[in-house]
Design a protein around this ligand. Structure first.
Ligand code: ATP
Length: 321
């Protein structure tokens, strides 16, 4: 029997991007989930894919994670081609998948120990690293508890610890806080922020605009397998929306009639089933004009524009329904 030698691991330079994709396509049979996207993520960046369900975010992450081959296009991850260097890439990545895949019957320590064995780390180093990581995700006191006794937020933190067991330079996080309550999400964001401060490159998918705003230096907005906008959260908001939004809620059945009186009142008017959004650079002046036109909404909110408004502006739809 002959065994082929593993392909040598290329040396990457500090300046080459952690991920470089050009014209990346992913098809499943006749259906194309990712339709030719270009992405470049430099070292140390927290980069996000923001988009609604089905936008193609996970399909892209799976190609970057070298677990799903690209159908077309060029992809380099840590300066390697996933088609030829999948094992080498996977050995140096951290991955936080959507599904935790933790062993519920085992302790936190045992889960990390078993996962760590895939990476052939010396036993002493592995034990030390597990202790450090449990400390980092603030679960050291639960070391010997069974996983099924943990809250959702704790499980996500454990999965983050697990993703760091091989001391990766790049961590991929697929919807890291979906399903968590606001407090658990903030704890997780804090840990991810600290990781970023340590110089780890983060690539995450999310359909939460607040998560993208909190964590991402730069992001792409995806919809229907395409990138529809790219930039820092601040740039995206400055480029694609006005500074502020006035939200108007009308009594049941009154919205339709009110719309006739809003013509020309704002740079942009978005009509949602339960409210009307007016994009403006001066919310107070716009609101004064609403009342000046004799309208009396049942409720009003003035707020700064968000990435949710960017998405609505670009696609005519909301990120999360
Ligand atoms: N293995 C597969 N076979 C067929 N279609 C798939 C497969 N994986 C994903 N898709 C389809 O590709 C599209 C993009 O899915 P993907 O999971 O990448 O989106 P997403 O933006 O990550 O959304 P979600 O938040 O739901 O994960 C969806 O329409 C999905 O049904």
């Amino acid at each position: 029997m002959t065994t082929s030698a593993p392909a040598p691991t290329p040396q990457r330079t500090d300046t080459s991007p952690m991920v470089l994709a050009r014209g990346l396509v992913k098809s499943f049979g006749d259906f194309t989930a990712v339709r030719g996207i270009d992405v470049e993520v430099p070292r140390g960046e927290a980069f996000g894919f923001l988009g609604p369900n089905g936008a193609g975010k996970s399909s892209t992450m799976r190609m970057i994670g070298a677990v799903s081959p690209a159908t077309e296009g060029t992809l380099r991850v840590l300066d390697m081609d996933p088609a030829t260097h999948g094992p080498q890439i996977r050995a140096r990545l951290g991955v936080v998948p959507q599904e935790d895949a933790l062993d519920q019957e085992l302790s936190l320590y045992e889960n990390l120990l078993i996962y760590g064995r895939y990476f052939d780390l010396p036993r002493k180093l592995l034990r030390e690293r597990i202790a450090e990581l449990l400390d980092f995700v603030q679960l050291a006191d639960r070391r010997d508890a069974k996983v099924d006794a943990l809250s959702g937020g704790m499980k996500r933190r454990l999965v983050i610890a697990r993703s760091l067991i091989n001391d990766p330079e790049l961590v991929l996080l697929d919807e890291p806080t979906t399903g968590l309550d606001p407090q658990a999400r903030h704890v997780l964001w804090d840990r991810l922020y600290r990781l970023k401060q340590r110089g780890v490159t983060l690539i995450l998918t999310t359909h939460y605009m607040d998560e993208a705003e909190q964590l991402c230096d730069r992001l792409v907005v995806m919809d229907g397998g395409r990138i529809v906008a790219e930039g820092s959260p601040r740039e995206l908001i400055a480029t694609h929306t006005s500074r502020e939004v006035v939200e108007l809620r009308f009594a049941v059945g009154a919205q339709e009639a009110a719309l006739e009186h809003l013509d020309g009142l704002a740079e942009r008017i978005e009509v949602l089933p339960d409210r009307v959004l007016l994009s403006t650079d001066d919310a107070d002046a716009t609101l004064a004009e609403v009342y000046g036109r004799g309208l009396s909404p049942a409720g009003t909110v003035s707020r700064r524009s968000t990435l949710e408004d960017v998405f609505l502006h670009l696609t005519g739809r909301r990120l999360v329904d």
